[in-house]
Design a protein around this ligand. Structure first.
Ligand SMILES: [Zn+2]
Length: 129
């Protein structure tokens, strides 16, 4: 008795029905805001571009408007899981805030014969007068 057949598995094809369902789930997100990003639409061009490049499993992208006004395409999962919170501007802002915080205030301290008067504002760096 050998009537056990291995289950037939197809890996590389998402059934049309499933794809439609996924798409409608994503379309439900349109108009929602995640962090700095407001979802404008599904970016079909981005998907098509991947297909044209021969990408087997093209990712879905949202066209988003960032708080700063930039419009960008970001992967749907990155938007939803908070991996991408902005077009990239928030990261830059956070880095510069972090940089400011990590500057040690040396005003009034003496180094040998040098006295720190103030931070040189003309230099947006770590130079001191
Ligand atoms: Zn931005």
């Amino acid at each position: 008795m050998n009537n056990i057949y291995p289950p037939k598995v197809t890996y590389n094809k998402i059934p049309k029905k499933e794809e439609k369902k996924m798409k409608s789930i994503l379309e439900n997100e349109i108009g929602k805001t995640y962090n700095h990003l407001t979802i404008l639409s599904l970016d079909e061009d981005k998907k098509q571009e991947q297909i044209n490049r021969g990408v087997k499993y093209p990712r879905s992208y949202f066209k988003c408007q960032c708080d700063c006004g930039n419009i960008c395409s970001i992967r749907t999962d990155s938007v939803k899981n908070g991996h991408s919170t902005s077009c990239g501007c928030a990261k830059i802002k956070a880095a510069s805030e972090q940089g400011k915080k990590s500057l040690i205030d040396l005003t009034g301290k003496t180094f040998g014969k040098l006295i720190v008067l103030e931070r040189d504002k003309e230099y947006n760096g770590t130079h001191v007068k």
